[in-house]
Design a protein. Structure first.
Length: 176
């Protein structure tokens, strides 16, 4: 996976939404930037809800389809989604973890890529909040790809700082 793709995904986390309050609008700059960079692009939805890990695996599944068959987009491709997912805390240490729903999404993708690395060679996944915050951390969100799986100390956190504009979370998945 080239540095270009990771740079592009990181840049997506820094895009400021221009139209607060309109759910689809924060995805428009990401779509325009992806098209400008030569990616075939598709906005899946601006209203993704449900468990963060499940939503992430849904987006990843579409990326794997694209990698295997070119459907719904041929390479190079960029899937864009947005909305507001949730995280249900589980286990004995319930409530003691750090991070937010965007980091949860990236971790779910990272774990899935680790289980089937051949399916994700050319995928980069980003989930970030338009407000610049994700849970009780200074991160905006996180990036997941096989490079980060192979080098666990490479955390993949994205930090943009507060934007003071909370419109939705944005997911961008690039297939090079």
């Amino acid at each position: 996976m080239g540095a270009f793709d990771r740079t592009f995904a990181t840049g997506m986390a820094r895009l400021r939404p221009g139209w607060p309050g309109a759910p689809k609008r924060p995805l428009d700059p990401a779509f325009a930037e992806a098209e400008r960079r030569g990616y075939r692009s598709l906005v899946l939805s601006s209203r993704i809800t449900g468990e963060a890990r499940e939503a992430a695996l849904f987006v990843l599944g579409i990326g794997k389809d694209m990698a295997a068959s070119g459907f719904p987009l041929q390479r190079p491709a960029c899937l864009i989604a947005g909305g507001g997912t949730t995280v249900t805390l589980r286990g004995k240490g319930k409530g003691k973890g750090k991070g937010g729903r965007n980091q949860e999404m990236a971790l779910a993708v990272l774990a899935a890529l680790g289980r089937a690395p051949k399916d994700g060679e050319d995928l980069v996944f980003l989930s970030a909040g338009t407000d610049g915050n994700d849970g009780p951390t200074d991160a905006t969100g996180a990036i997941a790809d096989l490079e980060r799986f192979r080098r666990p100390r490479s955390r993949g956190l994205v930090k943009s700082g507060p934007t003071n504009t909370d419109v939705c979370d944005v997911q961008v998945q690039v297939l090079h």
